[in-house]
Design a protein around this ligand. Structure first.
Ligand code: ZN
Length: 203
């Protein structure tokens, strides 16, 4: 499987990182080795002093498709989830400055937290889902999929013009404002529509 991630999909987060508002979605890939194994702690890698959490709504792709029309996109997923796009912000800043690819700062081992999956039929629409991340029991990020610049079905259509989607692929749909640093012993929990879908300890 592959992990396809969207950057800069919420206006408030674009502003907080002083990024330009993109005219097309920003897309990058994490390798399957980036998935943090279930029930494992997240270990801050040695090459960074500034790992940030980014909570994101996830979509699990259920069948092969390319050049998917937006109107057909809903038939490519049944499950919605929540996860973290861990980012070595110090390393990413250096790479961005030099115009180099981000992979090392976002694709390292454990950098993709994937929580439990929920059937999309549990919700009236995937375009109005609230979610939040708590750090040590305090809310640090809140978002709603209604605030995405590009909604889930638009993203599936867009990314499938570049990458063939396959069963089991996971789409990370971007993070709202409030990203921040983790340190050892932090405890993170993520909820979608009030339902906790992951929790993990930082080491
Ligand atoms: Zn992200």
């Amino acid at each position: 499987m592959k992990i396809i991630c969207i950057g800069r999909n919420y206006t408030d987060h674009i502003t907080e990182l002083n990024n330009e508002r993109p005219s097309e979605p920003v897309v990058f890939i994490k390798p399957d080795s980036a998935v943090l194994p279930k029930e494992q702690d997240f270990y801050i890698p040695e090459f960074t002093d500034d790992v940030h959490y980014e909570v994101e709504v996830l979509v699990k792709i259920k069948k092969v498709g390319k050049h998917i029309k937006q109107s057909f996109a809903p038939s490519y997923y049944d499950e919605i989830g929540l996860g973290i796009d861990f980012t070595a912000r110090d390393l990413q800043a250096k790479l961005k400055e030099k115009g180099l690819p981000w992979e090392k700062s976002k694709g390292f081992d454990g950098a993709a937290v994937i929580g439990e999956w929920v059937s999309k039929t549990d919700y009236d629409t995937v375009n109005n889902l609230s979610f939040e991340l708590k750090k040590n029991n305090e809310v640090v990020q809140t978002g709603n999929t209604s605030l995405m610049l590009w909604k889930i079905d638009e993203l599936i259509a867009y990314v499938s013009t570049f990458f063939m989607l396959k069963k089991g692929d996971v789409l990370f749909t971007g993070t709202p404002a409030g990203v921040g640093k983790v340190v050892a012993n932090d405890y993170l929990t993520g909820s979608l529509e009030q339902k906790e879908l992951f929790n993990l300890r930082i080491k």
